[in-house]
Write a protein that binds this ligand. Structure first.
Ligand SMILES: NC(=O)c1ccc[n+]([C@@H]2O[C@H](COP(=O)([O-])OP(=O)(O)OC[C@H]3O[C@@H](n4cnc5c(N)ncnc54)[C@H](O)[C@@H]3O)[C@@H](O)[C@H]2O)c1
Length: 364
């Protein structure tokens, strides 16, 4: 099992541990039991993860003498809303959960974001332990303390920065993950490879077969590297004032595409196309080497991620959604661009006609 610590404001008191291992649900229960984070725990999970890992984690905890309960919500993004916050809070009250308790977010990014949000406001804040079970959650959403729910007007519009009390991940959970969900996580892994040095990108290029076969040793290594990268970025910019924005590489256009497709295009595929578009814009505007752009497109294709925009999504729809981007400042939509693989920066804006041309050029 590998461990690392996230330090916020360089303070020991605000640090938390990330533990990564294979087939370690029992050890996760033991670490939680020994952590003395709280006097009792409530596992919050979705109804798909509950029978897969929820009941097992609960039974490990209770066998260790830990007072624990489990509550589940309907699986999927549609649960990341205010009604779920009210339902979960009501269930926590019924269980008599007080400020000596902690929540355990078990599942993908939805369980993590929703549980983290409830933990940050229930009785003015309970500790929240993240036990991510999707690749997206293991390499991205469980680390860094962003919590959120969606509003009818858009995704992640209500949220808090609320750091977890600990992050424990079992790579074995990825074996039951459906292919689309796995690909969603791979897109985030490629993003880390592009924004941080070149070593991870090369590792991904050389390990396509191991990635596709979900080789556990290889996954363990690259997940550890991705977590180290995210930890480093969050330590330097916890509240996304500057550096943390580079984590949005490919996401500005990706989010617009996902929404314009009515969420039929998966997040991973939308972000993959967004990253390819960002690489093309970087080549035109900032001299990214053509070879780097080709390597990015090539890796995406080898991993089975989308490289083209579906025909039924109109350019106008994409552009109008980009103009409504929640991270926009004034009239400027910020794109993360590349000088080369491993050297990203946030740019001030992309001319409309170039954006339109790039989108048109990416039609499938
Ligand atoms: N907070 C952050 O920094 C951050 C970062 C990235 C994404 N997010 C959020 O994360 C969410 C997406 O997360 P996600 O992709 O994990 O989606 P998700 O939580 O909906 O999980 C995807 C599906 O996989 C199922 N599942 C989970 N683990 C499984 C396993 N081991 N085996 C089989 N099935 C499993 C879930 O039940 C669900 O149906 C979005 O809401 C997004 O906004 C947050």
């Amino acid at each position: 099992m590998k461990k690392m610590k996230v330090y916020l404001d360089r303070k020991q008191s605000q640090s938390y541990e990330i533990c990564i291992g294979y087939d370690i649900l029992d050890r996760i229960a033991m670490m939680i039991a020994n952590s003395r984070i709280a006097a009792r725990y409530v596992i919050v999970t979705d109804d798909c993860v509950r029978p897969l890992y929820g009941e097992t984690l609960l039974s490990h905890l209770t066998k260790m003498g830990v007072k624990a309960d489990l509550i589940a919500f309907p699986t999927g993004e549609r649960s990341k809303n205010f009604q779920s916050v009210l339902d979960l809070s009501g269930k926590l009250l019924d269980l008599g959960v007080d400020r000596k308790s902690a929540l355990i977010a078990l599942g993908g990014g939805v369980a993590g974001d929703l549980t983290g949000f409830v933990a940050s406001i229930y009785m003015r804040g309970l500790p929240c332990i993240q036990v991510p079970t999707t690749l997206v959650a293991q390499v991205d959403s469980s680390i860094g303390g962003k919590t959120a729910i969606d509003l009818p007007q858009g995704k992640n519009l209500l949220g808090t920065f609320y750091q977890p009390a600990g992050v424990f991940m079992d790579i074995k959970c990825l074996e039951s993950l459906p292919e689309t969900e796995y690909l969603n996580g791979l897109a985030e892994l490629v993003k880390y490879g592009i924004i941080d040095g070149e070593a991870l990108f090369q590792q991904l290029e050389g390990g396509v077969d191991s990635i596709r076969s979900r080789n556990r040793q290889f996954l363990g290594k690259i997940i550890h590297t991705a977590c180290t990268i995210k930890k480093g970025i969050v330590e330097m910019d916890e509240r996304e004032q500057g550096l943390r924005r580079i984590l949005n590489f490919g996401h500005t256009l990706g989010h617009a595409l996902e929404a314009a497709s009515g969420y039929r295009l998966s997040h991973g595929n939308a972000v993959a196309v967004g990253m390819i578009a960002a690489a093309q814009l970087s080549q035109t505007l900032y001299g990214l080497h053509g070879e780097d752009r080709e390597r990015i497109e090539g890796l995406m294709a080898l991993l089975g991620l989308a490289c083209r925009i579906p025909k039924d999504i109109t350019t106008e729809d994409i552009l109008s959604r980009l103009r409504r981007d929640k991270k926009k400042e004034g009239d400027t939509i910020h794109f993360v661009m590349l000088k080369k693989i491993g050297l990203p920066f946030v740019n001030g804006g992309v001319p409309d006609d170039l954006l339109r041309k790039t989108i048109e050029g990416l039609r499938g």
